[in-house]
Design a binder for this molecule. Sequence first.
Ligand code: GLU
Length: 416
Amino acid sequence: MSTELNPFDIAQRQLDEAAELLGLDEATHQLLRWPRRELRVIIPVRMDDGTVQVFHGYRVQYNDARGATKGGLRWHPDETIDTVRALAAWMAWKTAVVDIPLGGGKGGVTCSPKEMSQGEQERLARGYIRAIHRIIDDKTDVPAPDVYTNPQIMAWMMDEFSIIKGYNVPGMITGKPLPLGGSEGRGDATARGGVYTVREASKALDIDLRGATAAIQGYGNAGQFVHKLGEEILSLKVVAVSDSRGGVYREEGISFEEGVAWKNKNGTVVDMANTKNVTNEELLELDVAVLFPSALENVITGANARNIKAKISAELANGPTTPEADDILHERGVYVIPDFLCNAGGVTVSYFEQVQNAYDFYWPVELVHERLDAKMTAAFHAVHKMAQEKSVHNRLAAYLVAVQRVAEACKLRGWV
Ligand code: GLU
């Protein structure tokens, strides 16, 4: 992979820029450039046809100065140690920018879950926990769902971990199903948090979003829920949606019910009735008020950033925009709500889930929404204000807010 598109190189370059602006001392800068601990494992799994397949897995604990490392598990064919390192770094900045008492970590397995049966997925989930259980628990490092992992997978992992320990440990993982200690409001939390930040951005920019157009790139958990909540909370008109196989466009709008029904029936949004097929690349360049990159890294790059026409790019994905693209979007006046701010709702409600697990006492959904809104709104304004004060783009501003907080914790502990 070229350095320009290697996610960990990108994460380090972003940090370097922030470190320079903050005037970070060299030791703190070097400490924050690398994960504190990383583990690589192989996981043999008996497949349904009787053969054994050997999978590669990872867990990276980036920084725990502010609290236990926290972050999801991604199961994807392109997963590498460098994607996991980058995602772990972004988790450290994410928990800091929303000011929750956690650090950052991430994990993953290189695999193609779409081609695996439920039984194979369960055996992989349990095998992964047996491989990494020594370095995780409810007080040190707490996994969660990410791309192609879900509450069922969290449930198997929690069960395997509890079997190893000999007692029930619901707080060792978040994003669990409700009957096993999951939190109300965790399912749509990433999208909901993102919608709250778009609401605040529209006020700050004085744009009326009622009836305004939106396009959603990626139609997994975040993409589907942002379709629903974008309609419900912001009254957006979603004119285009896409998934890994391609996208569809309709000028009059595509409703959430229609999008999800088609996706569930056909496994893709492509060929939806009375729509025009568009590619993922075309979708990103549509003239819409709000663009939601909600899939994977590096979709907005130096090559297409000049063609992005959205007023607001609300990044529900991690790492969708490269540093070259950030500069171009800023110059062109596209208002980017950067990933680790925009998609921080997921980890924020994960944190609420951990608190509820610790107390064994559960909150109503209204309370989860209210507390999530307060966290996202405060984080948005801290970043927006920093961007204005320093005349920098929002991602750099988010870095300035987050890195300062992590650096302060490292210093207070006497690490640097
Ligand atoms: N995977 C999600 C993220 O990238 C959620 C992490 C969590 O809940 O710990 O933020």
